[in-house]
Design a protein around this ligand. Structure first.
Ligand code: FCB
Length: 418
């Protein structure tokens, strides 16, 4: 049976500035890459700062109807207090070009990187620093046109955990007390952005939502999985909507603001095991349910459905803002897309208000601490010549996008029996 998606449902792809633009010299990642504190240099990345026209042509030719990308704050404010108009115009041109080609733009204001001068002041660790974020957001609100969908933060909890709990990302801090303070400040920053942007834009936030399962049937593992699900998947959204953020150790009062939509990034299934250890209550690891991707992640398509069901409790429009696989086996990519979309379709049939799906990623790109090895792209990038070559999956996904349908042959050949 073929699967039809509703009219207006967006089929797009996603990227982020630092991962594709290249030469992002003014942010904290670049700094730590240069001094060797991060294992891989982003360098010219995909050279998309220069080649964005080509990228948009490819999207249009392939039939993709939406594009989620991020604005690099450090390009807009390479130095404190001095906006770079050229950079703003660059993003405006991108938006215009997308619209001309019938591709709906979705912007992300923060996708992990910080202007170096802002990081040097302590970044989001200090409440006093939020005024700088406010200026950036106001400038965006005053200038950019032709775009409706804006996400304030990409995966705020991933940022907090990687940067302040695990300490694997800048600023390499391992301090849960600081981590939850940063999380509370991100909620405050969201509130500022919501106030500045809401009305002219439809403002959302993008949450990474792994599917957490208990490692065993024991009561302790079950409780631990629930706690992780609450803290990682829900606490920030609840904080935004209720004014009370329940962190890792303490609770914080934050301004009540709003969300016009919710973004969900879904990649994987993880299991949670309770442990007795003075420093931690649980361990979270890959659930190990079969073949692993080049990120070492298990694939579990049903998790996207579980996530959409869970998020539907907020009664907001939902976009799947990222979903993708790192592999050189492009047939597996086709299977991955078909199976996840089958479950998105099922959620829609059950009345969940899903408005779109963005595959991560349009292009192979710089995968943070993993560098260029993982290949997430529908389009292969040659990092020496920057030549782009659509993989077969790019055309298959284009067919789905253009027809808003997964044809019977695809469901039969690659799908699951739901
Ligand atoms: C998400 C990030 C994105 C990309 C994918 C693989 O967590 O938002 O930048 O790295 O994972």
């Amino acid at each position: 049976m073929q699967l039809k998606f509703p009219e207006g449902f967006l089929f797009g792809t996603a990227t982020s500035a630092h991962q594709v633009e290249g030469e992002n010299r003014w942010n904290d990642w670049w700094y730590y890459e240069e001094i060797g504190r991060l294992p891989h240099k982003s360098g010219r990345a995909c050279n998309s700062w220069e080649m964005y026209g080509r990228d948009v042509d490819l999207m249009a030719g392939l039939g993709y109807g939406a594009y989620r990308f991020s604005i690099e704050w450090s390009r807009i404010f390479p130095e404190e207090g001095k906006p770079n108009e050229g950079a703003l115009m660059h993003y405006q041109r991108m938006i215009d070009l997308l619209n001309e080609r019938g591709i709906t733009p979705m912007l992300t204001l923060h996708h992990f990187t910080l202007p170096m001068w802002f990081a040097a002041k302590g970044g989001f660790e200090r409440k006093e620093n939020l005024e700088y974020w406010g200026r950036y957001v106001e400038l965006i609100a005053e200038t950019l046109e032709g775009v409706k969908l804006v996400a304030t933060f990409n995966e705020p909890m991933v940022y907090v955990v990687a940067s302040y709990v695990d300490g694997t990302w800048p600023p390499f801090t391992k301090n849960p007390l600081k981590a939850e303070k940063v999380a509370a400040n991100l909620i405050r920053a969201h509130a500022m952005a919501y106030e500045a942007l809401h009305g002219r834009f439809r403002v959302g936030i993008v949450k990474n939502r792994p599917y957490f399962v208990p490692a065993s049937e024991s009561e302790r593992d079950r409780k631990a999985a629930e706690e992780v699900d609450h803290t990682f998947n829900r606490a920030i959204i609840d904080g935004i909507l209720t004014g009370r953020f329940k962190g890792f150790l303490r609770s914080f009062d934050v301004p009540v603001s709003g969300l016009d939509w919710l973004g969900m990034n879904y990649y994987n299934i993880m299991r949670v095991r309770a442990v007795r250890n003075p420093f931690r209550r649980f361990v979270v690891e890959d659930a190990d349910v079969g073949r692993k991707t080049d990120m070492g992640w298990s694939v579990y398509p049903r998790g996207i459905y579980e996530g959409l069901r869970a998020f539907s409790e907020y009664a907001l429009p939902i976009y799947v803002t990222e979903n993708g696989i790192a592999t050189l086996d492009d047939e597996w990519r086709v299977e991955f897309i078909v199976r996840h979309l089958q479950y998105v379709h099922r959620a829609l049939e059950e009345g969940v208000d899903v408005r779109g799906y963005f595959y991560w990623s349009l292009l192979d790109n710089y995968e943070w601490a993993e560098g260029f090895r993982p290949r997430f792209g529908l389009i292969e990038v040659n990092y020496d010549t920057f030549e782009r070559r659509p993989r077969r999956s790019a055309y298959v996904y284009g067919g789905i996008a253009r027809e808003r349908t997964i044809r019977e042959g695809l469901v039969e050949g690659y799908g699951l029996k739901l």
